[in-house]
Design a protein around this ligand. Structure first.
Ligand SMILES: NC(=O)c1ccc[n+]([C@@H]2O[C@H](COP(=O)([O-])OP(=O)(O)OC[C@H]3O[C@@H](n4cnc5c(N)ncnc54)[C@H](OP(=O)(O)O)[C@@H]3O)[C@@H](O)[C@H]2O)c1
Length: 323
């Protein structure tokens, strides 16, 4: 495994982390297409492949994800993992935040959260208050680092101003080949300020894993309501898919590895693919050992320019399929 520093915290995280929204979540088909058995095997593979960075949230599966992460982290050794969790946007005033943090600590069964992230900004709670409350938790030793998620550049730079003695370590944001908004301003800012961008949905919920073809029909609710998984959008990805397949084939790698490697190319981005089993863990772990040449990057860029997925039409299809 290869490691990078989380922001300026001195905390060392693997270049690839693991997202655990899937663990316990019915909306992802938990207990239908996979269960705790697969999740346990996945965790063993996480440990064996030296991935140390695990992301969860109080919101995921109503706390079940945190419970599963906690059980397994304790089984494989707390010292081997950096645990990131998130406080929900409706818990951002001081009292609720303290209570939420305590709840996460209990579900995780640990004494200190390594990275505590604000899951989404909440315009109804002044960010100054939230940042002060987070700094207090840090001073009390409940958390080791402060992070945010889904903050745009303005929100991130504003939030930083309200921390007295600390800085924000990371911003967890949507980033993949089909959602590239952060490239405009957040990535250059993060590089300059040494803030880690944690990329969620780096595989566009599996759409970019190379396994989704035009005959694919989404089964999980998460994908059924995702406009990118509409029939017409999946069709529009055929050329990109074959470009990615060719690059992967020529390198003896998988499409998933090529896609994750593309996400990591900026240096400040740590992707956290969501996984359901051990094979997926082994596959994503290997992505840190490849690099893409300029020629390969240009080929991908060209394919992306010619890929015109349409979210609006996708939504319309999603709605029509539900009625
Ligand atoms: N901060 C936020 O607001 C936010 C929002 C969304 C997600 N997240 C975090 O980010 C994590 C990742 O995002 P995500 O789960 O939305 O999307 P993702 O990582 O882009 O996609 C996850 C899906 O990709 C597939 N996959 C994973 N590894 C694979 C492999 N090696 N080969 C083939 N398919 C593979 C699995 O599909 P199958 O289901 O087909 O097995 C999995 O369910 C989440 O778990 C969560 O921790 C955060």
């Amino acid at each position: 495994m290869r490691f990078v520093e989380l922001g300026k915290t001195g905390i060392r995280v693997s270049m690839i982390g693991i997202g655990t929204w899937q663990w316990g979540a019915k909306e992802w088909g938990y207990e239908k297409s996979y269960s705790e058995i697969e999740v346990r095997k996945a965790f063993k593979a996480i440990y064996e492949n030296e991935i140390n960075f695990i992301d969860t949230a109080e919101m995921y599966a109503f706390g079940k994800s945190e419970k599963l992460v906690g059980e397994m982290v304790r089984e494989y050794g707390r010292e081997n993992f950096v645990i990131a969790t998130k406080v929900s946007p409706w818990h951002l005033d001081e009292k609720s935040l303290e209570k939420a943090c305590q709840g996460s600590l209990e579900r995780l069964g640990i004494k200190e959260i390594d990275l505590y992230q604000v899951h989404w900004p909440n315009p109804l709670v002044p960010i100054s208050k939230t940042m002060k409350a987070l700094e207090k938790l840090l001073n009390f030793g409940k958390i080791r680092a402060i992070g945010v998620s889904n903050f745009n550049l303005k929100q991130l730079s504003n939030a930083r101003k309200h921390l007295e003695k600390n800085d924000i370590a990371s911003d967890q944001v949507l980033y993949n080949m089909l959602s590239r908004n952060v490239e405009k301003d957040l990535i250059p800012y993060a590089q300059k300020e040494k803030i880690t961008l944690i990329a969620y949905s780096p595989l566009a919920q599996g759409l970019l894993s190379g396994k989704i073809t035009s005959s694919y029909k989404p089964k999980e609710i998460v994908r059924k309501i995702n406009p990118l998984f509409s029939k017409s959008n999946i069709k529009k990805l055929e050329t990109l898919n074959s470009v990615l397949q060719n690059i992967a084939k020529s390198k003896g790698k998988t499409v998933t590895q090529v896609v994750l490697s593309w996400t990591m190319r900026h240096g400040c981005v740590v992707p956290i693919p969501g996984v359901k089993n051990d094979n997926q863990v082994r596959d994503v772990a290997e992505s840190v050992s490849i690099s893409l040449s300029n020629e390969e990057l240009n080929t991908i860029e060209l394919a992306l320019k010619n890929t015109r997925v349409n979210k609006l039409l996708g939504y319309l299809e999603v709605i029509l399929n539900f009625t």
